[in-house]
Design a binder for this molecule. Structure first.
Ligand SMILES: NC(=O)c1ccc[n+]([C@@H]2O[C@H](COP(=O)([O-])OP(=O)(O)OC[C@H]3O[C@@H](n4cnc5c(N)ncnc54)[C@H](OP(=O)(O)O)[C@@H]3O)[C@@H](O)[C@H]2O)c1
Ligand SMILES: *[C@@H]1O[C@H](CO)[C@@H](O)[C@H](O)[C@H]1NC(C)=O
Ligand SMILES: *[C@@H]1O[C@H](CO)[C@@H](O)[C@H](O)[C@H]1NC(C)=O
Ligand SMILES: *[C@@H]1O[C@H](CO)[C@@H](O)[C@H](O)[C@H]1NC(C)=O
Ligand SMILES: *[C@@H]1O[C@H](CO)[C@@H](O)[C@H](O)[C@H]1NC(C)=O
Ligand SMILES: *[C@@H]1O[C@H](CO)[C@@H](O)[C@H](O)[C@H]1NC(C)=O
Ligand SMILES: *[C@@H]1O[C@H](CO)[C@@H](O)[C@H](O)[C@H]1NC(C)=O
Ligand SMILES: *[C@@H]1O[C@H](CO)[C@@H](O)[C@H](O)[C@H]1NC(C)=O
Length: 510
């Protein structure tokens, strides 16, 4: 089992609180999903802070796990690892749980730690500006139900906006006037039964959706630009006895969690160049393809033309068999024309779908957008990142944005293990910095430029040893310059190692 991470699709939230020894200091957070709930919980657990406010654009906690409701939506990291270390859940129904169960888990954790009491739902954070004179963040929030903008002042800004959040709608498909939806904005009122359905994309979302809808529709037309690497997945339900054992026999659940973590850790080397793990993973992919697709023409179309891992690997036992069904057409020729009711390809195929599904991914390279962050010196942070590349020391903090923490910031995504582990490392690191501020009675902390540059250089160097840094396959991991901005290039143990202690000499406290 090669286990791949899902990054969190999240929406923006904020928290405000005060901490001793200066009880009037306020902190603001952009909180979401696994990262946001983790921040809120750890503030209580570790710093004993209870007086904070959270802003969330949605109607409930959950972020990606609230928003994504497409058929088949699940996480392809086993649930016993894709959960907080401090909140194990013996009740996961199967190895890879679905969206509803994960969402329920997050709601339960938020309830247990009283996070709900502090959240303002349906509030969208619009902008955050660092005010040099007062050394605080000016934060503009839209109260959606009342359509009212409010300004808040915070000492510290924490963003937990995930990367897979803003749907990517390719302009090309705008002309289509029939019923259409993006995978991340699923509209269950659109009838698929007995319809001719077109789906664009072959990423993780499409791979999950296609097997779920294939038997319902009359005809399914799949538009694939690049074939994905698909590997086998070991999925099974846990019996009630097993669940009982997880809950009651000490060490059982902990051992499973460790087993999953360490076997995933081994796979990081699959994304290196010419590694044994890489060859094993390719064998698994080829095995799945050869075993499940007998038609040589279809097999050729489904054979990936780039090194494994360059784009996200998608584990599935159902995807290839679904594509082999009689009423499924896989089109790999370039889409040349989309009209109000048809899609035409370079090879002349013309399809008139009743429904169009865009499983076309997210605007990952826009980072926290549409939130505007104005950094030190009045500069638009996103513009700066787009020009010079994103900078974030430990993937968390930037020289140009004092008192700001980006949970799951640049270069923190994973191709091989659980992002929840990364989140916990980051939150613990951040808590230590905040504690140090209090100890030093500092009101402003910022990363030294030299430390940030050194850190970003080390990322570039590590990246050179990976498939991502050496092969341009046009994945969402890379920015417009072809530089990988979304992924952490090393093992998760190495990330833990880097973040377990804070090197305060890399920071300035004022
Ligand atoms: N199982 C899971 O845990 C799970 C499930 C869903 C999502 N996720 C996470 O979310 C990420 C995003 O997944 P995703 O599937 O939503 O998006 P994605 O991986 O970015 O895939 C988007 C797909 O749409 C295609 N596409 C985009 N624009 C197109 C256009 N104009 N014409 C034709 N095809 C176009 C892409 O083709 P090209 O490849 O040619 O660019 C790609 O196949 C994943 O990588 C993963 O991290 C995880
Ligand atoms: C905190 O604010 C309150 C009310 O504005 C004020 O009375 C109090 O002196 C302040 N405390 C400190 C430590 O600044
Ligand atoms: C798991 O399920 C059992 C039985 O339904 C319940 O008593 C228990 O509280 C649940 N545990 C958690 C952590 O949700
Ligand atoms: C397959 O497509 C044909 C022609 O569009 C249709 O008549 C038939 O009912 C479809 N079969 C299934 C199983 O949906
Ligand atoms: C955010 O920044 C962009 C570009 O700098 C600008 O066009 C937009 O109006 C800004 N939005 C807000 C809410 O400030
Ligand atoms: C902390 O700093 C504030 C002003 O920045 C000052 O009023 C206060 O006396 C300081 N407290 C300690 C313990 O140094
Ligand atoms: C952990 O960091 C130390 C230096 O801080 C380094 O010597 C060691 O090799 C690292 N271990 C791992 C597993 O990355
Ligand atoms: C902290 O950073 C300084 C300056 O880069 C370095 O000399 C020192 O070894 C670091 N300390 C630790 C514990 O890594």
């Amino acid at each position: 089992m090669l286990l791949i991470i899902i990054l969190l699709l999240t929406l923006l939230k904020f928290t405000k609180w005060s901490v001793n020894p200066n009880p009037n200091r306020s902190f603001s957070l952009l909180i979401t999903s696994f990262s946001g709930v983790c921040v809120a919980v750890q503030l209580r657990k570790q710093l004993n802070i209870e007086s904070y406010t959270v802003f969330d654009e949605n109607r409930d906690v959950g972020g990606t796990w609230l928003v994504n409701t497409y058929p088949g939506c699940a996480c392809d990291i086993p649930s016993h690892l894709y959960s907080y270390s401090f909140e194990p859940n013996p009740n996961w129904s199967k190895v890879y749980s679905g969206q509803e169960e994960i969402w329920e888990y997050l709601r339960n954790v938020a309830k247990k730690y009283d996070v709900y009491a502090n959240i303002k739902f349906n509030h969208r954070v619009i902008s955050a500006e660092w005010d040099e004179k007062i050394g605080k963040w000016l934060v503009k929030v839209l109260d959606k139900p009342n359509n009212k903008e409010e300004i808040y002042i915070f000492d510290i800004l924490i963003s937990s906006a995930g990367a897979l959040r803003v749907p990517n709608y390719p302009q090309q498909f705008e002309a289509f006037e029939g019923p259409k939806m993006h995978s991340a904005v699923w509209d269950s009122s659109i009838e698929l039964k007995d319809k001719v359905v077109a789906i664009v994309g072959s990423g993780a979302s499409a791979v999950q959706i296609i097997p779920e809808i294939v038997d319902k529709v009359k005809q399914l037309v799949v538009y694939q630009r690049n074939a994905a690497w698909v590997i086998p997945r070991t999925q099974f339900p846990f019996s009630s006895y097993t669940k009982w054992a997880f809950a009651n026999i000490p060490g059982v659940q902990w051992s499973l969690r460790n087993l999953i973590f360490w076997s995933n850790e081994m796979y990081i080397s699959a994304f290196g160049i010419n590694t044994i793990m890489g060859k094993i993973a390719v064998m698994l992919g080829n095995y799945q393809l050869n075993r499940q697709v007998s038609d040589p023409e279809l097999r050729e179309k489904l054979t990936p033309k780039y090194p494994l891992g360059c784009k996200r690997v998608t584990p599935s036992n159902e995807y290839y068999p679904a594509l082999g069904k009689p009423n499924v057409t896989l089109i790999t020729s370039k889409i040349t024309d989309v009209t109000k009711d048809s899609i035409t390809n370079e090879d002349g195929t013309c399809v008139q779908p009743d429904v169009l599904i865009l499983a076309t991914g997210f605007k990952v390279q826009d980072f926290f957008a549409p939130l505007n962050i104005t950094s030190k010196g009045g500069e638009d942070l996103l513009k700066k990142w787009k020009k010079e590349g994103p900078c974030a020391y430990m993937g968390i903090a930037c020289h140009s944005t004092p008192n700001a923490f980006f949970i799951l910031g640049p270069n923190t995504g994973l191709g091989h293990n659980s992002i929840v582990f990364t989140i916990e490392c980051q939150v613990n690191w951040m808590i230590k910095v905040i504690e140090e501020m209090s100890k030093r009675n500092a009101s402003v902390v910022s990363i030294k430029k030299s430390a940030e540059d050194e850190y970003m250089d080390s990322i570039l160097t590590s990246m050179k040893t990976t498939v991502w840094g050496t092969y341009d396959c046009g994945s969402w991991y890379a920015d417009h310059r072809g530089v990988i901005t979304a992924l952490w290039p090393e093992s998760l143990v190495s990330y833990y190692n880097r973040t377990k202690d804070v090197n305060f000499s890399h920071m300035e406290f004022m």
